[in-house]
Ligand binder design. Structure first.
Ligand SMILES: Nc1ncnc2c1ncn2[C@@H]1O[C@H](COP(=O)(O)OP(=O)(O)O)[C@@H](O)[C@H]1O
Ligand SMILES: [Mg+2]
Length: 75
């Protein structure tokens, strides 16, 4: 999945899959979101022996790819 949103700063890219983690803490009141979405994805992906690949550039956007075993070997 690819978007042209705000992007995720390098230092947060590892952490966005943690439960309740949000890059911008003020978002909690403004735009909502529980910070659970990617944590749930992480568990589903692990169950399928797949991996999440996250590529993001601040101000540019984010691309999240779910890579299954055959793709991981070829990456
Ligand atoms: N596509 C994205 N673009 C920019 N920031 C993102 C994106 N996806 C997730 N984030 C950041 O990671 C945090 C956690 O995301 P996520 O686990 O999907 O929570 P939620 O379930 O609230 O959407 C978000 O609050 C945001 O800071
Ligand atoms: Mg989300």
């Amino acid at each position: 999945m690819k978007d042209t949103g705000s992007g995720i700063p390098k230092e947060s890219q590892e952490r966005v899959v943690e439960r309740f983690y949000r890059v911008d803490k003020s978002r909690s009141k403004q735009t909502g979101g529980t910070g659970l979405g990617l944590a749930i994805v992480k568990h589903i992906v692990a169950r399928h022996h797949a991996q999440i690949k996250l590529e993001s550039e601040e101000g540019q956007g984010t691309e999240i790819t779910v890579m299954f075993e055959n793709q991981i070997q070829n990456a």
